[in-house]
Design a protein around this ligand. Structure first.
Ligand SMILES: Cc1cc2nc3c(=O)[nH]c(=O)nc-3n(C[C@H](O)[C@H](O)[C@H](O)COP(=O)(O)O)c2cc1C
Length: 164
């Protein structure tokens, strides 16, 4: 629970590789997420290749910070064989949030960079990863040891709560 409130977007990282065991824990957290009908539409690309990371930085006008990371996780989703395809974005969002919380709990930092639902960003990312039509990119998550961690804010607003 602590990690939920400590999570902040981290966009600058130390030049230190993230241990493969930690990457596996992050992926486990993502795959532990809920999904409509338990359809689990996800597939994950773990990108450590420098040229590919630099190319991903150009996939969205707001993804330049991936260049600061040594590892980028790209959650993708299947486009066929799903029971509830209309729930895919929600499934993927729960999965990404789980990963961000686990990243924080492991003492690492990361940020959700949107690719879906923007068709141009998705097309560029799919092409960089060499995806076929059965798989589409959802987001970019650069992961690393934080070089600077912003201070988390308490965003609780009682006025947003409506009791009946
Ligand atoms: C759906 C979604 C898309 C986002 N896309 C981007 C993005 O493209 N680039 C970026 O730098 N941050 C992106 N963010 C991070 C937000 O800017 C960040 O979560 C927000 O400012 C709140 O700050 P915090 O994460 O530190 O609490 C995204 C966050 C979400 C949830």
């Amino acid at each position: 629970m602590k990690a939920i409130f400590e999570r902040v977007s981290v966009r600058r990282f130390e030049d230190k590789a993230v241990e493969p065991e930690k990457i596996e824990k992050i992926l486990r957290a993502g795959m532990a997420g809920p999904s409509g009908g338990n359809q689990r539409p996800w597939e994950f690309y773990v990108v450590r290749d420098r040229n590919t990371i630099d190319a991903l930085a150009g996939a969205s006008p707001y993804a330049g910070c991936v260049r600061n990371a040594n590892t980028v996780i790209v959650p993708c989703f299947r486009t066929s064989g799903l029971i509830y395809p209309e729930l895919t974005d929600m499934d993927m969002s729960a999965c990404v949030e789980n990963m961000l919380i686990e990243i924080t709990a492991l003492g690492l930092g990361g940020v959700w960079l949107s690719i879906a639902p923007y068709e141009d960003r998705m097309r560029k990312t799919d092409e960089i990863l060499g995806l076929n039509d059965d798989l589409r990119s959802f987001a970019l998550i650069p992961v690393g040891y934080p070089a600077a961690t912003p201070v988390p804010h308490d965003r609780y607003e009682e006025s947003r709560v409506h009791e009946i």
